[in-house]
Design a protein around this ligand. Structure first.
Ligand code: BEZ
Length: 236
């Protein structure tokens, strides 16, 4: 019973599992050290592997962009600290890939040889590997609540522009009490939450507000200016 509780997958809207860890940037006490910030906690299968290297270069080159959106990055694999340090040094000193070079990974990379943290976050998925973390991504909000997660297999590199889009979309949903439709980007129309009753929905359908458009009673959007979104969300 205790094992089932310890190793069950974390769920959306639950508190992010707490841990302390050694990282390439010193010890961290999570989530305590990150209160008030969004965090993307992500795992990769192994240091010195090609897909992971391409991912770290892509993510590290976007770190500043995530920081402007009040979001810190934390990586994890079940490798040890000295492997992490050697791998990140190799990336900086030797790897040039798709126009990226001299890439310094400044965010912490957790050593998790014991798999303690990986187990708490369901990153070890035996169907894929008993000894490596899958490519998991957890979005954790400033109140340390898990807001979204993705799991990818070992062979599939992640799309870091999509992670950024998802972060901005969640922050927009929080700030403006709206939802975001498929493929939304700042400047696109947003979705007004479905009206609770038929009467309210009908009233909304008949609105004269030029910024609101209803496709049917259950599907209404409104304009939300890109500048308004970005000035609310991004630190200047
Ligand atoms: C990679 O990052 O290239 C990789 C890591 C583990 C398994 C397969 C691929």
């Amino acid at each position: 019973m205790e094992n089932q509780e310890t190793f069950r997958l974390p769920r959306i809207n639950e508190p992010a599992p707490a841990f302390t860890a050694i990282t390439t940037q010193g010890d961290i006490n999570f989530p305590e050290d990150y209160k008030g910030k969004w965090v993307i906690l992500f795992s990769h299968p192994a240091d010195f592997t090609p897909v992971c290297t391409s991912e770290f270069m892509a993510f590290a080159s976007m770190e500043e962009q995530f920081a402007e959106a009040n979001c810190k990055l934390i990586g994890l694999s079940v490798d040890g600290l000295y492997s992490h340090i050697a791998w990140l040094r190799t990336i900086k000193e030797k790897i040039e890939y798709k126009g990226m070079k001299n890439i310094e990974v400044k965010f912490p990379l957790i050593e998790d040889i014991t798999m303690d943290v990986a187990s708490k976050y369901g990153m070890i998925q035996p169907g894929e590997s008993n000894t490596k973390a899958v490519r998991a991504v957890f979005f954790i909000d400033p109140n340390s609540i898990l807001r979204a997660m993705i799991y990818y297999p070992l062979s599939l590199g992640r799309n870091f522009k999509e992670l950024y889009r998802a972060l901005i979309a969640m922050q927009t949903a929080d700030a403006f009490s709206v939802a975001t439709p498929a493929d939304w980007h700042p400047g696109d129309d947003v979705i007004i939450p479905t009206a609770g009753s038929c009467g309210v929905a009908k009233e909304r359908m008949e609105t004269k507000d030029p910024d609101v458009h209803c496709y049917d009673w259950f599907f209404c959007t409104k304009k939300l200016d890109k500048e308004k979104v970005l000035s609310t969300i991004l630190k200047k």
